[in-house]
Ligand binder design. Structure first.
Ligand SMILES: *[C@@H]1O[C@H](CO)[C@@H](O)[C@H](O)[C@H]1NC(C)=O
Ligand SMILES: *[C@@H]1O[C@H](CO)[C@@H](O)[C@H](O)[C@H]1NC(C)=O
Ligand SMILES: *[C@@H]1O[C@H](CO)[C@@H](O)[C@H](O)[C@H]1NC(C)=O
Ligand SMILES: *[C@@H]1O[C@H](CO)[C@@H](O)[C@H](O)[C@H]1NC(C)=O
Ligand SMILES: *[C@@H]1O[C@H](CO)[C@@H](O)[C@H](O)[C@H]1NC(C)=O
Ligand SMILES: *[C@@H]1O[C@H](CO)[C@@H](O)[C@H](O)[C@H]1NC(C)=O
Length: 808
């Protein structure tokens, strides 16, 4: 359950650092050569059979021949290629000069060529908060856990930093064997004994992919002790995410005693498989496209049902992005891919992982807090949160100063305000509590800066953008993290008061916090800048201060000097919310083995809720009303997702038509489908098609004409209830936009029937806000209140023509 908002130094997972970390890109192995991915679409050979090996060998030699024709030497091509993708994904990764890469991209068989970029990595309480268990950990009767037998028989994989197999979450006592047809392996036989990951009946697969990483950072810089050639997790992120999705029950899990309870993953009876694609130590773990594609190709082959992918870079065209390519082939072969929306919020248009075949997850809070109060000499108490292990002696007041006041001689005011390492004057800080402002460097790094300067404690005050989003971190000194409003009040008090003093109370675990959930400020936001006709993110789930298993090779802050070791760690980020939904997808797969990835996504989205535990519309971290650009369809409700009533399904044909609508032509599309066999290869692009017609569980119309012209989209729903049913449409119109649904009633004579309907949008002249996004919803309900199938509606009235992406 960990998501990267933890205070590690510029780790991708850090909420504030995710975007910053995007800045780091590939580093060339030589002055001019760089590594590239050459994507050729799909393969024409199937999964099994004696012919497979020879097909794969043929694919490999065709890659050499293709590159050889450009380099005019097959021997040079052989040296340049470091991956041939030969199973489901067709393509290769190679080290090339820029002009060679450009020439390869002009080859008629090539779909795209793009640099092998690095992407940053984007408990105990959360399942109860999601209504799956009662207080005290009893499974709620009728919950999805009961229906899905905790995910028995399902395999959930992750693409991440590997796994710490000794974690209690991966014990296999009482587990059955891997499902029939499982082809995964434990790859680490070559690794030294202590680096080796050994599998068991719980952890049934462990593979690592490091050639793309090595091609980029260069072997010389590789540090064997930090990056052993094994699947072992030296970072902690991968162990946290995989145990959140599929960890076993571990009683007495806590961090320094906080949050004590039984840790468990979303699908605790499911099998787990780790695909390590992220490597240290270049500015925190980074995950390279060439490795990501290789891992997807292997995971499809191995037979995973659900993949959890808590990483991603800045939004990119689908076929220039390893994650979008890999997940397209995964979805085509029935694998549900769940990924994080990114930690680049709260600005507009920051969401990544925007492809419609992905289930993209934002992050929000739950109702557990770790309060630690700052008590001032005037007896005023300011509530903050922390997971510091060290505490200040009771009943002793410390002098309080702002970090600005403690500015070192060689530092700027901004550096001092933010408590950047080395910016504070030891003489002014010694023995005091220092108030630092959030932003730029990691939250725990600020604590470290105060600690190194001799401070007794830290108060971390939010900046305006973070609002009320308070995160409990395992700070290295007594500390508490407070809201923006409280920070403003506190700093004003310090300015006005000579020799102000106070103390910080010891944190404790508190439940039933209100309001909850609300959106985390770090959670990346829509609109989708790649295809605005597809609303992203799709859903939100708990991603703040999530407790889950951790590695034995890093401290809870992830900082180099942190030599504390913990079995469980609290982390925050969309990296943590993503595996919650991956676990739930695994449960749905167990309940409905025949459902497609799109049906699973639809069930999760249309049953989500948009109210918090005060029965108010869910808010953002300024405690103002949040929108679908933050939470997508809403906050996940697993028990309801098991019985959604209707689903919006989509298959590969639908995704290909969607790609046609974006401007990919039939001949490019044909390359993706190679391998469908039985004459399915040919996908004729339909004559008139728009991306908003993809059968998606939400509807976005970003280019509505201001003069009242109608814009109509179509959708299909399938009845997945037990028998015949009648559904009526109810619409909440977006402000200034009229919405008409036809027909308004859908009658299904039997289970499995599919019906089509249209939704027509029209700007109400004089009432709309030009250029602004407005939000509404469509609800299909079957009258008896049993099923309410909810879809967000998003519209924008603008006077401009649509832009289509082009294939570069
Ligand atoms: C880490 O990232 C920073 C900022 O992007 C960059 O200047 C620095 O060179 C990077 N360090 C390494 C070791 O790549
Ligand atoms: C955690 O809870 C368990 C069970 O209630 C208890 O036995 C254990 O002592 C607790 N541990 C801590 C550190 O509070
Ligand atoms: C200021 O100088 C000290 C001592 O030389 C150094 O450790 C620190 O990094 C410097 N701080 C900044 C912000 O440059
Ligand atoms: C919350 O929403 C309001 C209104 O849309 C916006 O002004 C504010 O910046 C948002 N705050 C955050 C932290 O997203
Ligand atoms: C995909 O779904 C459509 C509509 O339900 C159907 O016509 C088509 O045959 C399906 N394609 C495949 C490859 O199953
Ligand atoms: C399809 O697009 C590719 C790449 O833009 C182009 O080379 C090719 O000629 C096009 N094919 C057709 C049939 O239009």
């Amino acid at each position: 359950m960990r998501y990267p908002a933890r205070p590690r130094n510029l780790r991708a997972l850090l909420s504030i650092a995710l975007l910053l970390a995007c800045a780091l890109q590939q580093r060339p192995a030589s002055a001019t050569k760089k590594s590239y991915v050459v994507y050729l679409g799909g393969h024409a050979h199937g999964r099994a059979g004696a012919a497979l090996a020879s097909c794969r060998a043929r694919a490999r030699s065709s890659h050499r021949a293709l590159l050889g024709s450009v380099l005019r030497s097959e021997a040079r091509a052989r040296d340049a290629i470091f991956y041939s993708y030969t199973r489901y994904i067709n393509g290769f990764a190679a080290t090339l000069e820029e002009d060679e890469a450009a020439e390869v991209s002009r080859h008629p068989r090539v779909v795209s060529v793009f640099p092998n970029r690095g992407h940053p990595l984007h408990t105990t309480r959360s399942w109860e908060f999601l209504g799956m268990e009662e207080e005290g950990g009893r499974v709620r009767p009728g919950s999805i856990w009961a229906k899905a037998r905790f995910g028995e028989g399902v395999v959930i994989g992750n693409l991440d930093t590997g796994v710490w197999p000794e974690a209690g979450s991966f014990r296999d006592d009482g587990m059955g064997p891997a499902p029939p047809g499982w082809r995964g392996i434990c790859q680490d036989q070559q690794a030294s004994d202590d680096a080796q990951v050994r599998c068991n009946r719980k952890l049934i697969g462990a593979r690592f992919f490091n050639k793309g990483y090595l091609a980029t950072v260069g072997r010389r810089q590789q540090q064997q002790e930090v990056n052993p050639a094994s699947t072992r997790d030296t970072d902690g992120h991968g162990t946290h995410t995989l145990s959140t999705a599929a960890g076993r029950l571990v009683p007495g899990a806590n961090l320094f005693g906080y949050g004590n309870g039984t840790a468990k993953g979303g699908a605790p009876a499911a099998h787990a498989a780790a695909y390590k694609v992220c490597w240290r130590p270049v500015n925190g773990s980074e995950c390279f496209d060439a490795d990501i594609i290789a891992a997807f190709d292997a995971a499809i082959h191995d037979g995973v049902h659900v993949l959890s992918v808590s990483l991603g870079g800045s939004p990119a065209d689908y076929f220039r992005d390893g994650l979008a390519i890999g997940s397209f082939h995964a979805a085509r072969h029935g694998v549900t891919v769940v990924c994080s929306a990114g930690n680049s919020g709260p600005g507009a248009g920051t969401v990544s992982n925007t492809a419609p075949w992905l289930l993209t997850v934002g992050a929000s809070t739950m109702d557990r807090e770790f309060p630690a109060y700052l008590v001032l000499d005037n007896n005023k108490r300011i509530k903050g949160q922390s997971l510091s292990r060290t505490r200040l002696p009771a009943n002793k007041y410390y002098q309080l100063i702002s970090s600005e006041e403690a500015k070192g001689a060689n530092a700027t005011v901004t550096q001092a305000k933010l408590c950047i390492g080395g910016s504070l004057d030891k003489a002014k800080v010694k023995g005091k509590i220092v108030v630092c402002v959030r932003g730029k460097n990691a939250r725990v790094e600020k604590g470290e800066a105060v600690h190194r300067a001799g401070g007794a404690g830290m108060v971390l005050a939010n900046d305006e953008a973070s609002g009320n989003e308070v995160i409990a971190d395992a700070h290295v000194l007594p500390a508490t993290h407070i809201t923006y409003a409280d920070g403003v009040t506190l700093l004003a008090y310090l300015k006005a008061t000579r020799l102000a003093s106070g103390y910080i109370t010891v944190p404790y675990t508190a439940l039933d916090a209100k309001p909850a959930p609300f959106m985390a400020a770090f959670s990346s936001q829509g609109p989708n800048t790649v295809t605005p006709e597809i609303l992203k993110p799709d859903i939100t789930a708990p991603g703040v201060s999530i407790l889950a298993a951790f590695t034995g090779e890093a401290g809870p802050t992830g900082l180099a000097f942190d030599d504390r070791r913990v079995l469980f760690n609290a982390e925050s980020g969309t990296s943590m919310s993503c595996p919650h939904v991956a676990g739930i997808a695994g449960l749905l797969k167990a309940v409905h083995p025949d459902w497609s990835p799109a049906a699973i996504k639809s069930a999760i989205m249309t049953t989500a809720r948009v109210q918090d535990n005060m029965r108010k519309p869910m808010s953002n971290s300024s405690f103002l009303r949040a929108t679908p650009f933050g939470y997508g369809a809403g906050h996940v409700q697993p028990n309801r997702a098991a019985d959604p009533g209707l689903v919006y399904d989509a298959n590969t044909t639908d995704y290909l038509s969607f790609l046609c609508a974006l401007g990919y032509n039939s001949s490019v599309i044909a390359t993706f489908m190679a391998g469908a066999g039985d004459g399915h290869e040919v996908h004729a692009c339909p004559a008139r098609l728009r991306p908003e017609d993809l059968n998606y569980p939400s509807v976005a119309v970003p280019h509505l004409s201001p003069t009242g012209g109608a814009h109509t989209v179509t959708r299909r729903v399938r009845n997945v209830g037990p028998g015949g049913a009648t559904y009526d449409a109810k619409v909440h119109e977006p402000r200034g936009v009229a919405v008409d649904v036809r027909p308004r009633r859908l009658e299904f004579a039997a289970a499995g029937e599919e019906k089509q309907f249209t939704v027509t949008f029209r700007a109400r002249e004089g009432f709309f806000l030009p250029g602004e996004y407005v939000f509404g919803r469509l609800v299909w309900s079957d009258g008896r209140g049993r099923h309410r199938v909810r879809s967000p509606l998003v519209a924008r009235v603008v006077n401009t023509k649509k832009k289509h992406i082009s294939i570069a």
